[in-house]
Structure formats: structure tokens, C-alpha cells
Design a protein around this ligand. Structure first.
Ligand code: FES
Ligand code: FES
Length: 159
């Protein structure tokens, strides 16, 4: 099997990309499509920096063969804001001081979105479990978990 033209639906838009069988989704997103908000760190499924949502499910794009994501709905951090208005989860990360170097933040925000889409009123432990695959080297996790709880609150109130 060689090169093929594959369609990817990223943040609601469809893109046709020439891919090869060994290509990883993160390389398609970053190098072919320019969605550089998806971060590459460990490349081994250990850190969660490369997390995107595939059909709503958090997935490590560094371990995902691009070919398996053809035609699926992929959400990257670039798809979270509404124009210039940040998503409530992003706003809460900023307001809670949960962003330092920011490297882990896109993956954290996307994992949080998947959680809150599924469970709008999670316990603190459920938030921690949902973020367990996302490592932060900077802040520790208190402010990050605070931010997810605050955004859940805002979204339940219709914010
Ligand atoms: S870069 Fe994918 S899990 Fe670390
Ligand atoms: S803010 Fe730096 S790794 Fe999390």
C-alpha cells in the first residue's frame, strides 16, 4: 500500500491530504494542516500533550495512525474558541492561573471537554481521572482541576 489522498474533518472543515500508511495523525495535523496547537512531547503515549478528540474521544495523536482517522471528526485546540471568544474551559484555565508554559494545556483542555460533554457535573475525583493521561511539568494539578470545575459550573449556568 502506498500514498493515498485521504479526507480528514478537522474542527468541522474537511481537508484532503496525501498520506502514507505509516504517517501519524499528529504529523498530518501539525505538518500538513498547520494545526500546531497540538503539541508533540514524548511521542510515546506518556504525556498527553498531543491529545485531540476523535469523534469526541480523547486520543493520543502521536500514537494514532492517520489512516485510522480518515473521515472521522477531529477536534484540535484551534477548534475550541468561537472566533475570538475563548471556550469557557479555556477562559477558566486562564482565570485560574492553570496555564504556565502552556505546553500541556491544549491536551488538558480537550480532555476536559470530552469529560464535560459526557458528564457536565463531575466530582473532583472524576476530573482528576479524566486528566490522568495528561501530564503537566509546571503547575501541579490543583489549579488545573480548579479550572475544570469552574468551567463546568459556568457551562451548567449556560455560560
Ligand atoms: S506526545 Fe503523545 S502522549 Fe506524549
Ligand atoms: S503548563 Fe507547562 S507543562 Fe503544563
Amino acid at each position: 500500500m502506498g500514498k493515498e489522498i485521504a479526507s480528514f474533518i478537522v474542527n468541522g472543515n474537511e481537508y484532503d491530504v496525501i498520506i502514507e500508511p505509516h504517517m501519524l495523525l499528529i504529523d498530518v495535523l501539525r505538518d500538513k494542516l498547520g494545526f500546531t496547537g497540538t503539541k508533540y512531547a514524548c511521542g510515546a503515549g506518556d504525556c498527553g500533550s498531543c491529545t485531540v478528540l476523535i469523534d469526541g474521544k480523547p486520543s493520543f495523536s502521536c500514537l494514532t495512525l492517520a489512516v485510522t482517522a480518515k473521515g472521522k471528526n477531529i477536534l484540535t485546540i484551534e477548534g475550541m474558541a468561537d472566533g475570538t471568544t475563548l471556550h469557557p474551559i479555556q477562559q477558566a484555565f486562564v482565570a485560574s492561573g492553570a496555564v504556565q508554559c502552556g505546553f500541556c494545556t491544549p491536551g488538558m483542555v480537550l480532555s476536559a471537554k470530552a469529560l464535560l460533554d459526557d458528564n457536565p457535573e463531575p466530582t473532583r475525583d472524576e476530573v482528576k481521572t479524566a486528566l490522568a493521561g495528561n501530564l503537566c511539568r509546571c503547575t501541579g494539578y490543583v489549579k488545573i482541576v480548579d479550572a475544570v470545575e469552574a468551567s463546568a459550573d459556568t457551562m451548567r449556568k449556560g455560560g
